[in-house]
Design a protein around this ligand. Structure first.
Ligand code: GLC
Ligand code: CA
Length: 532
């Protein structure tokens, strides 16, 4: 594996909400092409593009009906190639979304598969006979209800870990694995640089378990085979979406010599503020744990892997609303960024995060679009435990739609995202648009630009050893060390002042600061990178 991932800063584009150029209210590839200079100026050098393949849209594109095409609402394959060339001309690499745990039920493989028990595609999916007239086991789908759907025509159940329009592929079938490898080669031959691999640790199932989930017995074997058949020959970079791993398990998937994935996301800190990780069940945020978890992964992966630094994506509400302070939007957004991206690892930035966006306000159920939110609402309502008002508060707290509204480019109607009616509400708040932040030295956007420039240009920030020196009373300090160079990252995670920690040597240079001054105390949400 080449070393470029250590220098990567990745910007995630959720195409549906990025920029619309033809007035249909849906973002498109030409919209991305028009914003490539914006990305270049931000300082990212890679893009992860959420799915833009043909899809019925049950799960906004994570239900793919054709792995080799581009969805007509997003453009054509020619547009895609032009976008890719435009990225490469700016030294920006492209990671596509690889969604191969499941397809859409409208994919031709599944259309064939469900026709008859002896169809040549039958075994591309996971079919089981009923057991005592019921589903084969108790597994529950991520979007609610049983993970098994009965199909009248052939009298069997098929497995779907997500919606029933997302049947799971049968990775035990060699033909399926070869088709996927061929498809990966098709995109890599076109010049794509790698993939973000959707729920990838689910591809091998373990039917001895009482609950649905990942890390089945053949996971490593399947990933290694893909590596040999497609990824390694192209030197492609992969990052696995892998929920619920320990650092030790992550090392087994990403260790340098394993030949499986380049990196995996770790999301443990994103479960905070949620009772048992349930996104619709709020609890107060444990800020000390937030820092401790990040530190645990830094240390846990240092031996033989490279971490991924993430706090937002299209499945999460905005970090400012979850982990920051709406009374200190600039200070807390930039503090969180300083804390996270000062660490060792590839920074992932989700569109709009660089503006310090907070969650939009959803006033009624019909403003939501996400299948997970709508299903959860229905299920919680049927439980009879909550009033309508309580239910709406829950959705506002955890819905994936909080991070899926359009980017506010300008102060115009719909933030200049579309001249038509946006597919989901577009909220434009004063001070949060690209137009306003671009020329403002004191904006979150310009802070990100400055910070990313530093991160990319420093070997110490890239690969220096991490050590947590202090994490108490809402103040943390960690260091990054490479040779003689040391960088101290100091963060105040509260709306009050505190003493400057005495572990910072006197003769340091300030290289990043979200306040104008460095005084004797740390100001609310002040974050400083010192270089020694
Ligand atoms: C991943 C995606 C999410 C999607 C799910 C099923 O978690 O990030 O958006 O709903 O997989 O594909
Ligand atoms: Ca459009």
């Amino acid at each position: 594996m080449e070393r470029w991932h250590k220098e990567a800063i990745v910007y995630q584009i959720y195409p549906k909400s990025f920029m619309d150029t033809n007035g249909d209210g849906i973002g498109d590839i030409r919209g991305i092409i028009g914003k490539l200079d914006y990305l270049k100026e931000l300082g990212v050098n890679a893009v992860w593009l959420s799915p833009c393949y043909p899809s019925p849209g049950d799960d906004n594109g994570y239900d793919i009906s054709d792995y080799r095409g581009i969805a007509p609402e997003y453009g054509t394959l020619e547009d895609f190639k032009e976008m890719l060339d435009g990225m490469h001309a700016r030294e920006i690499r492209l990671l596509m979304d690889l969604v191969v745990n499941h397809t859409s039920d409208e994919h031709e493989w599944f259309v064939e598969s469900r026709k008859s028990r002896d169809n040549p595609y039958r075994d591309y999916y996971i079919w089981r006979d009923p057991v005592d007239g019921h589903a084969p086991n108790e597994w529950v789908a991520a979007f609610g209800g049983s993970a098994w759907e009965f199909d009248e025509a052939t009298g069997q159940y098929y497995l779907h870990l997500f919606s029933k329009k997302q049947p799971d592929l049968n990775w035990e079938n060699e033909r399926v694995r070869q088709e996927i490898a061929d498809m990966i080669n098709y995109w890599l031959d076109m010049g794509v640089d790698g993939f973000r691999c959707d729920v990838i640790n689910n591809i091998s199932k373990d039917f001895t378990r009482p609950y649905a989930g990942g890390n089945g017995p053949r996971l490593h074997e399947f990933l290694h085979e893909l590596h040999v058949r497609a990824l390694e020959p192209h030197k492609a970079l992969t990052v696995g979406e892998t929920w619920g791993l320990t650092p030790a398990q992550a090392l087994e998937l990403t260790g340098e010599k394993r030949g499986e994935l380049t990196m995996t996301f770790q999301f443990e800190h994103l479960l905070l503020g949620r009772v048992n990780g349930d996104k619709f069940d709020p609890e107060p945020l444990d800020k000390k744990a937030f820092v401790d978890i990040l530190a645990k992964w830094e240390i846990g992966l240092k031996a033989d892997s490279y971490p991924v630094l993430v706090m937002e994506n299209h499945d999460q509400p905005r970090a400012l609303s979850r982990f920051g302070d709406l009374d200190f939007p600039y200070e807390s957004a930039t503090m969180l960024a300083s804390m996270l991206y000062g660490m060792r690892g590839v920074g992932f930035i989700y569109q709009g995060q660089e503006l310090g966006l907070h969650d939009p306000t959803f006033n009624s159920l019909d403003e939501y679009r996400d299948i997970e939110t709508l299903n959860a609402y229905k299920e919680l309502k049927e439980s009879g435990k909550f009033t309508d008002e309580e239910l709406l508060a829950k959705m506002q707290y955890g819905s994936r739609d909080c991070g899926r509204t359009p980017i506010p480019w300008t102060r115009e109607e719909n933030g200049g995202f579309t001249s038509g009616t946006p597919w989901i509400k577009a909220q434009v708040d004063k001070g949060f648009t690209v137009e306003e932040q671009d020329g403002d030295e004191g904006s979150v956007l310009n802070f990100y630009r400055k910070m990313l420039k530093l991160k990319k240009s420093s070997e110490c920030l890239m690969d220096g050893e991490f050590e947590l020196l202090l994490n108490e009373s809402d103040t943390s300090v960690y260091t990054r060390t490479l040779g003689d160079e040391k960088i101290f990252v100091v963060c105040r995670y509260a709306d009050t002042e505190s003493e400057m920690p005495d572990c910072i040597p006197a003769d340091c240079e300030v290289i990043l600061n979200n306040y104008k001054e460095v005084g004797k105390t740390l100001k609310p949400y002040q974050a400083i990178w010192f270089k020694k």
